[in-house]
Design a protein around this ligand. Structure first.
Ligand code: AMP
Length: 193
C-alpha cells in the first residue's frame, strides 16, 4: 500500500478459489490442508490473468510466487510476452522456530483477511478482529504444527532453488524477518528504495 503496488498473494487467491465452493476449490483445499503445492499450470494461469489486468498497470508485488523453478521459468516467459520485468527479488530470512511460533499463533479474519497473533488479542479466536471488528478470527488449516513442518520441507526442497534462478537475472535483496511487523516493513522499504 505504501509503495502503491498491487499486492498479488497467490495464497489469498487460492483461499478465494476455495471459498467459491467449486470442484476446483475442493481440490485446492485438500492440497493446502496437506501443506503441499498446487500445480504449476494452475498457478501460472492465475498469475497471468492478474498481471494482465488493469489493476497491475502501476506496478505489482508478487507474494508467494514463484515457488518452484518451473514457475520461475514460466514467469520469465510471461513477463517477456507482456513486456514487463522484475525490479527486485526479496528473500526474507527467519529461523524455523520463529516461523513456528508465529504461524501456530496466527489468527486470520474471515471477513477482511487481516492477520493477528494469539498473544495480541485477549480472548484468542473469540476476540474481535483488530482491523474490522468482526468476531470471525480463525486458525488456518495449514497453520497447524505438523502442516507447517511439511511446508518448511517443501520450501527447502522446491522454493529455495528459485532464489538462485531469479538472482541470476534480477537484483536480489535479502531482508531479515526478525522484529515487529513495523520494523520488517521499514527494512523492506529501504531495500526497495
Ligand atoms: P501462503 O498463503 O503463501 O502461505 O500459501 C498457502 C498455500 O497455498 C501454500 O502452502 C500452497 O499450498 C499454496 N500456494 C500458494 N502459492 C503457491 C504457488 N506459487 N505454487 C503452489 N502452491 C501455492
Amino acid at each position: 500500500e505504501k509503495m502503491d503496488m498491487l499486492h498479488i498473494s497467490t495464497g489469498d487467491m487460492l483461499r478465494a478459489v476455495i471459498v467459491s465452493g467449486s470442484e476446483l476449490g475442493k481440490k485446492v483445499e485438500a492440497v493446502l490442508a496437506a501443506g503441499e503445492l498446487v500445480s504449476d499450470d494452475l498457478m501460472v494461469d492465475l498469475i497471468r490473468e492478474r498481471l494482465e489486468s488493469d489493476a497491475a498497470r502501476g506496478g505489482w508485488l508478487l507474494d508467494g510466487f514463484p515457488r518452484t523453478v518451473a514457475q520461475a521459468e514460466a514467469l520469465q516467459e510471461l513477463l517477456d510476452d507482456i513486456d514487463q520485468t522484475i525490479h527486485a527479488v526479496v528473500e526474507m530470512t527467519i529461523p524455523d522456530e520463529v516461523i513456528l511460533e508465529r504461524l501456530t499463533g496466527r489468527l486470520t479474519c474471515r471477513s477482511c483477511g487481516a492477520t493477528t497473533h494469539v498473544s495480541k488479542v485477549p480472548a484468542g479466536a473469540d476476540s474481535p478482529c483488530p482491523v474490522c471488528g468482526a468476531r470471525t478470527l480463525f486458525v488456518r488449516d495449514d497453520d497447524r504444527e505438523e502442516t507447517i513442518r511439511t511446508r518448511l520441507e517443501v520450501y527447502r526442497h522446491s522454493t529455495d532453488p528459485v532464489v538462485e534462478v531469479l538472482g541470476r537475472h534480477y537484483p536480489l535483496r535479502k531482508v531479515s524477518g526478525h522484529g515487529t511487523p513495523e520494523e520488517v516493513s521499514t527494512r523492506l522499504r529501504s531495500v526497495l528504495g
